[in-house]
Design a binder for this molecule. Structure first.
Ligand code: ADP
Ligand code: ZN
Length: 290
C-alpha cells in the first residue's frame, strides 16, 4: 500500500493528513500555526510515523512558485510572524530527502480537490474562492492548476463601493480591496459582532453579497470558468449564497450568458476538506511524475 502525505498550511492551523492510494485518509492532525520551527517540529513528528511516497503542500501565501527563482518554495511577504521569506519547502525537503513534493497555494489545492472530487467534478475549469479570515482564490484550467508569473491573488482586486458603506477596510496593503471590505474581519469591523453571530436580517449581508458578486462577475468576465465554488467560514451563511447569486445576475444584467446561477455559483462539495483533499491528490501526481 502506498501512502500520500498532505499539508494544508493555513495561517491559523496546519491540517496534516496521510491517505492510502485511494485517497482514504488513514491519519489526520491539526497543528496550530506558531513559529515555523515549532510548527514544523510537530509536522515532522506526525509524518515521521509513516512511510510516504510523496507529499502535497498547499500553503498560505503569497508563496514563491517559480522553480527558476531562488524564492521557489518560500513564503513571501506575509505579516505572519517568522514566516516572511521562510524557506518552507526547502525545510520540508531537507527533512525528507528524495521525497517527491507538490507545492502550491492552499486555495489552488482546494480548487484542485473540488474539480477532482468535489462540486466541480467532470468540469475542465473552475474558480475556487474562500471567504474566511482572508479572501483568496485558485483556478484550474484544463484540469491543471493555473499559474503565470506567480499564483493569482484574487482577494485583492478592487470593487465598487456599496453606496451605504463607509467602512475603511481591513487590508493592511490596500484598505478597501475585496478582502478588506468582505473578508470575515470586515463583518466584525463594521458591526462589532462576529459574522457567525450576526442575524440573517442584518443589512450588512446585502453589502457583503454586493462585493462578493462583483468579484465573481470579474472572475467570470476574465476567465469564464465552468463553475465557481465558494468556501470559507463566512459562506456558512446559506442566505448569503442566495443573495450573491441574485446580485450576480443583477450586476451581469444579461451581458454574458452563464449557467443558471444555482448551478454556476455553488458551495464547496468537500466541506472543510477541499484543501487537504487537493494536497493528497497533488501528492499522487508528484509520485506519478517520478
Ligand atoms: P480561515 O480563513 O482562518 O481558514 P474560516 O474559513 O473559518 O478560517 O474563516 C474564519 C472567518 O469566518 C472569521 O472571520 C469568522 O468570524 C468568520 N465566520 C466563521 N463562521 C461564520 C459564519 N457562520 N458566518 C459568518 N462568518 C463566519
Ligand atoms: Zn488588499
Amino acid at each position: 500500500m502506498k501512502y500520500y502525505g498532505g499539508i494544508e498550511a493555513g495561517g491559523t492551523k496546519f491540517v496534516c493528513a496521510v491517505s492510502d492510494e485511494n485517497f482514504e485518509i488513514v491519519a489526520e492532525t491539526s497543528i496550530p500555526t506558531t513559529t515555523p520551527e515549532e510548527t514544523l517540529e510537530h509536522v515532522f513528528a506526525f509524518f515521521d510515523q509513516y512511510e510516504l511516497v510523496a507529499m502535497g503542500v498547499g500553503s498560505f501565501g503569497p508563496i514563491g512558485i517559480d522553480p527558476t527563482k531562488d524564492t521557489y518554495g518560500y513564503v513571501l511577504a506575509t505579516p505572519k510572524k517568522g514566516w516572511a521569506q521562510y524557506d518552507f519547502l526547502g525545510n520540508l525537503k531537507e527533512h525528507y530527502p528524495g521525497l517527491p513534493f507538490a507545492w502550491t497555494t492552499d486555495v489552488n489545492a482546494a480548487a484542485y480537490g473540488e474539480i477532482k472530487q468535489g462540486a466541480a467534478q467532470g468540469k475542465n475549469s473552475c474558480v475556487y474562492l474562500t471567504v474566511g479570515t482572508g479572501i483568496g482564490g485558485g483556478v484550474v484550467v484544463n484540469g491543471e492548476i493555473f499559474s503565470g508569473i506567480s499564483h493569482p491573488e484574487m482577494g485583492h482586486i478592487h470593487v465598487k463601493r456599496h453606496p451605504d458603506d463607509t467602512f475603511v477596510g481591513t487590508c493592511p496593503y490596500h484598505n478597501d480591496c475585496l478582502e478588506g471590505l468582505a473578508a470575515g474581519p470586515s463583518l466584525e469591523g463594521r458591526t462589532g459582532i462576529k459574522g457567525q453571530d450576526l442575524p440573517e436580517n442584518h443589512p450588512i449581508w446585502d453589502i457583503q453579497a454586493y462585493y462578493i458578486a462583483q468579484a465573481l462577475m470579474s472572475y467570470t468576465l476574465i476567465l469564464a470558468p465552468e463553475i465557481i465554488i465558494l468556501g470559507g467560514g463566512v459562506m456558512n451563511q446559506d442566505h448569503l449564497l442566495l443573495k450573491i447569486r441574485q446580485q450576480f445576475v443583477d450586476q451581469m444584467n444579461g451581458y454574458m450568458e452563464t449557467p443558471e446561477a444555482s448551478e454556476y455559483i455553488v458551495r464547496w462539495g468537500l466541506p472543510n476538506k477541499s484543501g487537504i483533499t487537493g494536497c493528497l491528490l497533488l501528492a499522487a501526481d508528484a509520485a506519478a511524475k517520478v
